[in-house]
Ligand binder design. Structure first.
Ligand code: NAP
Length: 248
């Protein structure tokens, strides 16, 4: 059976590193993005240079119609999905709860909670034997913020990742008997563009002294854990979490 992977937010950061590693491991790759077409196309070229079939698909993961279109493109151009990485995520500027707008909180929840749930739904519709599938594997990209809470920074984001962790546990049990494994990674401070969204692009280097290992993480270090969880080497692992926080 061909290995077909969908990586949401695959054009940059952790998603891009995951796309490259997946290509090296022989997956056909779907790189989803929301806005940065140029970045997604750069990753597409790198992935195709490794000799694998790949596509980019623009879709906002928080809107079901767009998620349906994303999976239909994968069906017709790559084949039935066998692996999903729910990586797309966002965060707001560092602030206290009493300074946050309803719009901001809704955007965080829609992207970080609704998005992965909707994508998982449409993956399960293709992976589950109840729908003619042959199983598969899902990895959700959560955060150490889910257990630290991020007070004074972005409690809304931390809460969204807490919800994603609970979803990981519940769905893993729901589909465990159908050959579908569901796990999560929880990165700490990783060097990506993500921190510009919180208002400080240099955040990771400034906070390195607070990390027990004394450094921020690299996207490829997170990608390694994601690909392990997706692989047959993790065949008895479901409902599990790998923290990549340098000791945080
Ligand atoms: P990033 O470099 O900012 O990349 C985020 C990706 O998500 C981008 O490709 C973006 O698309 C995509 N995206 C955002 N909203 C989307 C939507 N509604 N629909 C589809 N795609 C959407 O961030 P990153 O650091 O790689 O983050 C990836 C994941 O890791 C996130 O879930 C984040 O919460 C988690 N994480 C990151 C860190 C860290 O320190 N970096 C730590 C813990 C957890 P465009 O390229 O089109 O904008």
């Amino acid at each position: 059976m061909d290995k077909v992977i969908v990586i949401t937010g695959g054009g940059r950061g952790i998603g891009a590193a995951t796309a490259l590693l997946a290509a090296q491991q022989g997956f056909k790759v779907c790189i989803n993005y929301q806005a940065d077409e140029q970045a997604a196309h750069q990753v597409l070229e790198q992935v195709r240079a490794l000799g694998v079939q790949a596509i980019t698909v623009r879709a906002d993961v928080s809107i079901e119609d767009e998620v349906i279109g994303l999976f239909q493109r994968v069906d017709s151009e790559l084949g039935r999905v066998t692996a999903l990485v729910n990586n797309a995520g966002t965060v707001g500027h560092k602030s206290r709860l009493d300074e946050m707008s309803e719009f901001r909180i809704q955007k965080i929840m829609k992207t970080n909670v609704m998005g992965p749930i909707l994508c998982a739904k449409h993956a399960v519709l293709r992976m589950s034997p109840r729908h003619g599938g042959q199983g598969g594997s899902i990895v959700n990209v959560s955060s150490v913020a889910a257990r630290l809470g991020s007070p004074g920074e972005y409690v809304d984001y931390a809460a969204s990742k807490g919800a994603l962790d609970t979803f990981t546990i519940g769905l893993s049990k729901e589909v465990a008997g159908e050959g579908i494994r569901v796990n999560a990674v929880r990165p700490g401070y990783i060097y990506t563009d993500f921190h510009a969204l919180s208002g400080d692009a240099d955040r990771v280097s400034k906070l390195e002294s607070a990390i027990p290992m004394g450094r921020g993480g690299r996207p490829d270090e997170v990608a390694e854990a994601i690909l392990w969880l997706l692989s047959d080497k993790a065949s008895y692992t479901t409902g599990s979490f790998i923290d990549l926080g340098g000791g945080r």
